[in-house]
Design a protein around this ligand. Structure first.
Ligand SMILES: Nc1ncnc2c1ncn2[C@@H]1O[C@H](COP(=O)(O)OP(=O)(O)O)[C@@H](O)[C@H]1O
Ligand SMILES: [Mg+2]
Length: 255
């Protein structure tokens, strides 16, 4: 059984069929790319997995559990964290505090425990863990910086770090290198691979930048108009005529 299984997923916005019977699976430990031209339905897939949207049909299961029966916070608690196409950080908060927010979804301290001061201990432990994580990722010098003042590319790294604080098993990354230059893109690619290896994660990556997709994905699913038009290794999809056709007229960044 794959870690994430999407079957016959269909989503409509008014008269528009954003997804049309989409099926794919993500094996544990893989980095899987979900690509396709603008408007293909990629972000919609993420919004359905995160339970922000209710599909008109289909199934999504994670480690055998039916996600469509769960609420968004329960999906997070199962270990599915995401980053957003347009950053989802709190711009007026520090880097460290943004990371702590990532953890609070698991904050189990009851009001009883809080009254006894146990919450503080938990809070200190989180803080230490967040600092350790920043250290490990080379972001420690930024821990007190207000996020909104940092360069866009740096914020993308911090958003990923926050997802790690949420104890994710499956990371959903929506265009993590959008707006980045070639050097930053390469750094982000290495960063994603490294966290996958070190934290034993599984990654589903939506991306427009082909150099990143071809560089780090082990499998690629290609969408066009809400349907899967190809699936395979990066090599295979790159040479697939249906894929080339779908991207015609799109500005594609190639390595
Ligand atoms: N909340 C929404 N309301 C109406 N239409 C939407 C909404 N979200 C996405 N769409 C439409 O669904 C299609 C797929 O969008 P999206 O999943 O964002 O594409 P992608 O991320 O692949 O660029 C597009 O035509 C888009 O305009
Ligand atoms: Mg999108």
């Amino acid at each position: 059984m794959a870690m994430l299984e999407v079957e016959e997923l269909t989503m409509r916005f008014g008269g528009l069929k954003a997804l049309d019977g989409l099926s794919f699976a993500v094996e544990e430990g893989r980095i899987v790319g979900l690509i396709g031209p603008n408007g293909a339905g990629k972000t919609t897939v993420f919004n359905l997995i995160s339970r922000f949207y209710q599909p008109v049909g289909g199934r999504i299961s994670f480690q055998g559990k039916d996600l469509l029966r769960l609420k968004p916070h329960q999906v997070l608690q199962l270990g599915i964290a995401r980053t957003f196409q347009n950053l989802g950080l709190f711009p007026y908060m520090t880097v460290l505090d943004n990371l702590l927010v990532g953890r609070h979804i698991h904050f189990r301290t009851s009001s009883w425990a809080l009254a006894l001061g146990l919450g503080q201990r938990e809070e200190r432990a989180f803080r230490a863990e967040a600092e350790q994580l920043l250290e490990r990722l080379g972001l420690a010098p930024l821990k007190g910086a207000v996020v909104g003042f940092l360069p866009y590319g740096t914020q993308k790294f911090i958003e990923l770090a926050r997802a790690l604080m949420a104890r994710a098993k499956l990371l959903l990354l929506d265009e993590p290198v959008a707006g980045m230059n070639a050097a930053e893109t390469q750094m982000m690619g290495q960063f994603i691979k490294r966290v996958r290896d070190e934290y034993g994660l599984t990654v589903l990556l939506v991306e427009h930048d082909m150099s990143l997709v071809m560089g780090i994905c082990e499998r690629v699913v290609v969408l066009d108009f809400g349907r899967k038009i190809a699936e395979g290794t990066p090599e295979e999809v790159q040479h697939n005529p249906a894929v080339i056709e779908a991207y015609l007229g799109e500005e594609v960044e190639v390595a």
